[in-house]
Write a protein that binds this ligand. Structure first.
Ligand code: GLN
Length: 448
């Protein structure tokens, strides 16, 4: 813990952390030492990790990367945080992220952007960019992230680390500050599939009293599935993931990773996910719709920021939200409120829900022909800070390969598989059928 705290301090310029408290961390480390001395064999005993600042924590502030929650302290720990602490993990601090996890570059953090350690003039990806950078720059051995539409897989890909988003409902959302509740899912980001398996085993499990969408599936020890052979594994390669939007450098690296899998005994199967392109409009209707509802709780009454001067209650709400939310969050609240409003609901929201179902069905068709699906996690390597300027659509379009799996609720991961333009890392995305996290981790582990 001391080592990583010291490294975090000397690499402050990367912007990965939003909060640390050496005293709290070292007290937790000493408590872990005592558990070790007593013969406790919890799987993560004494392992320092850091949490995306979207998880609420009692011992550190929780901001979700937003000014509206500046200085907010939760009276409780998120279930994922609690479970990792029970497994023995020691918390190094809280990690920077896009405001309320809305973004693909971490430039939407209300505090400061995060820089990619492979090239600090580039973005680390988002929204779990602080988590990816903390792991890539060795400011933490592992971190938690959340993935609503790619926020674990895309920054893992851009920073050359491994991250997995489990099946929707496997990890409890209790205490994860909500963005889009039907999509939000927690997962680990680490240096290898093996480390991810270790963490994920402690993060999952039912939480029926606190998260009604948490699944009744018992936690698994994912480290047991790591070493299986890949002989005969059918890897589905969706043709829609290799169209004109894919950068040539990424295509070349992904192709050689697929060949590597064939050498490991896997068989390549050409498949189709015909509604891949539709996942962008569908996601950018459903996610803002849910966000507009979830974010209504930030009204200056119960949490965080409240405007100083106001005429009456409604004026207080308006000023608090105008001051507290950043541009991207406001944009999504407006889109979300619009698509849910009377007269537009059928045209947008309901249509999006129907197509979401069809996208999930397409995956089930594909899984008749293959065991896992493989392709790029993102269409390019990490772009330059400021490169997308004031064009949110440029960010949205870059989510194309992670959104389909999110809309279907499927587990997905990204593992480093080579380097593209500018020597920047490229991630291979693996998508599995429901509850196939073990198979994904196995495929990733054998590759590494
Ligand atoms: N980039 C996507 C968005 O901005 C996904 C973010 C996420 O997964 N949290 O919504």
């Amino acid at each position: 813990a001391k080592h990583f705290l010291a490294r975090a301090k000397t690499h402050e310029a990367l912007g990965a952390y939003l909060a640390r408290d050496d005293e709290v961390t070292l007290a937790q480390a000493r408590a872990a030492d005592e558990r070790i001395a007593k013969g406790d064999t919890a799987p993560l005993l004494g392992v320092p990790i850091a949490h995306k600042d979207i998880f609420v924590t009692r011992d550190f502030p929780s901001t979700a990367g937003s000014k509206i929650l500046e200085g907010y302290r939760s009276p409780f720990d998120a279930t994922v945080v609690r479970k990792l602490a029970e497994a023995g993990a020691v918390t190094l601090g809280k990690l920077n992220c896009d405001e309320f996890a809305m973004g693909s570059s971490n430039e939407n953090s209300a505090y400061y952007p995060v820089k990619n350690p492979w090239d600090p003039s580039r973005i680390p990806g988002g929204s779990s960019g602080g988590s990816a950078v903390a792991v890539a720059a060795r400011l933490a051995p592992a971190a938690t992230g959340t993935d609503t539409g790619g926020s674990i897989r895309q920054p893992a890909s851009f920073c050359g680390i491994t991250g997995i988003k489990p099946t929707y409902g496997r990890a409890s959302r209790y205490g994860m500050i909500a963005f889009a509740s039907s999509l939000d899912q927690a997962g680990p980001m680490a240096r290898s599939a093996e480390d991810c398996a270790l963490l994920l085993s402690s993060m999952c499990g039912p939480d029926p009293e606190r998260d009604s969408t948490s699944l009744d599936t018992p936690a698994e020890d994912f480290t047991r599935s790591l070493s299986g052979s890949l002989d005969g594994l059918r890897i589905g390669v969706p043709k829609e993931f290799f169209g004109t939007g894919l950068a040539d450098d990424v295509r070349a690296v992904i192709e050689s990773a697929l060949q590597q899998y064939e050498k490991l005994g896997a068989r390549r199967v050409e498949i189709s996910l015909p509604r891949t392109e539709l996942s962008i409009p569908v996601y950018y209707i459903i996610a803002p719709a849910e966000a507009s509802s979830n974010l209504s709780r930030f009204d200056g009454v119960k949490f965080g920021h409240r405007a100083k001067q106001y005429a009456d209650l409604v004026d207080m709400y308006k000023k608090t939200r105008a001051e507290g939310f950043g541009d991207e969050v406001k944009r999504r609240i407006m889109i979300g409120t619009y698509v849910l409003s009377h007269g537009y609901y059928d045209a947008y929201y309901l249509q999006a829900q129907k197509i979401r179902r069809m996208i999930a069905d397409d995956f089930q068709q594909a899984f008749r022909q293959c065991d896992v699906i493989a392709g790029p996690a993102a269409p390019s390597v990490a772009w330059k800070l400021g490169e997308h300027g004031n064009d949110p659509l440029a960010d949205y379009l870059a989510d194309i390969f992670t959104l389909p799996g999110s809309l279907a609720g499927l587990p997905g991961m990204s593992l480093p598989c080579g380097f593209g333009q500018g020597g920047m890392p490229v991630g291979l995305q693996l998508i599995g059928n429901y509850f196939q996290e073990g198979r994904l981790l196995n495929a990733a582990h054998r590759f590494q």
